[in-house]
Design a binder for this molecule. Structure first.
Ligand code: GLP
Length: 257
């Protein structure tokens, strides 16, 4: 039997993000001392906003440099340009990259261009991750259907970076950014579950009561393609960071640490 996945419950998203940002800062500083880079896997979404705010704070107020940081973002909508305010690339510039000293050449992103070269670019992304030495610390959010990145229900554990069709629930949850369901892209590119699970360390963040059912399935349910986040149970260094509402229906006695 798998050991229970570790999770920690914080009084607020901000306090959880102070902890995750401190772990990231420690990794960056340790690597800088050795003259090496720290490779981060990054996610977008409302969940990650307080994390980027805290990292920007550490840069501004505590001199944390991102010069030795290399990043790979998880996913992008297909059919959106980098400069589209609804793209994940735009989100990352606005929330994080524009406010820290990360060299532009160290930022890796899946392109949202929908042409015949999507599969080749996805394969190239996998190679770039390997060439960078692999991802040291992967940050994840979770969709209400249990997706990580855009790995929708039914995705195998060994899946790699590729083009995917978006689930109806995912598209519905994106309406706030796109105005109407008709405007929400139907496809995306995403790192695969197998790609994500190769990271040396993983943090999945979830806040609010809207996420508590899916968090329970991910943490306490069976490891199953029905809930891709449950694959994290197979990872030796994956941890879940929750606020109180997101943790309320977990069986805290058996799994809390
Ligand atoms: C999005 C992204 C995920 C993200 C998740 C949660 O669609 N593909 O990478 O983690 O859904 O989003 P939010 O944080 O806005 O709830």
């Amino acid at each position: 039997m798998l050991p229970p996945i570790q999770y920690r419950v914080f009084e607020s998203p901000d306090s959880a993000c102070v902890q995750v940002a401190a772990e990231i800062a420690q990794l960056i500083r340790e690597r800088a001392t050795l003259g090496r880079s720290a490779v981060l896997g990054l996610a977008t979404g409302k969940t990650t906003r307080p994390l980027y705010q805290e990292l920007v704070y550490l840069h501004r107020e505590e001199g944390l440099s991102f010069q030795n940081v290399v990043t790979f973002n998880l996913d992008e909508y297909l059919g959106l340009r980098d400069t589209d305010p609804r793209s994940m690339r735009f989100f990352m510039q606005r929330e994080f990259f524009d406010h820290v000293d990360i060299p532009a050449a160290n930022i890796h992103f899946l392109s949202g261009v929908a042409d015949a070269c999507v599969a080749a670019r996805c394969a190239g992304y996998e190679k770039e991750i390997v060439q960078a030495g692999g991802i040291d610390y992967q940050i994840l959010g979770i969709g209400r259907n249990g997706h990580i990145g855009f790995n929708e229900p039914g995705t195998p554990i060994s899946s790699r970076t590729r083009k995917v069709d978006l689930h109806e629930m995912t598209r519905t949850d994106a309406i706030s950014a796109f105005g109407e369901i008709e405007n929400v892209p139907t496809q995306a590119v995403t790192m695969g579950c197998g790609t994500i699970l190769k990271a040396r360390k993983i943090a999945l963040l979830a806040w609010g009561s809207k996420k508590n059912r899916i968090v329970r399935r991910a943490v306490e349910g069976p490891v199953s393609p029905k809930t891709c986040a449950s694959y994290l149970q197979t990872h030796p260094a994956a941890r879940i960071y929750l606020d109180v509402p997101a943790s309320l229906i977990l069986d805290q006695k058996s799994h809390g640490r």
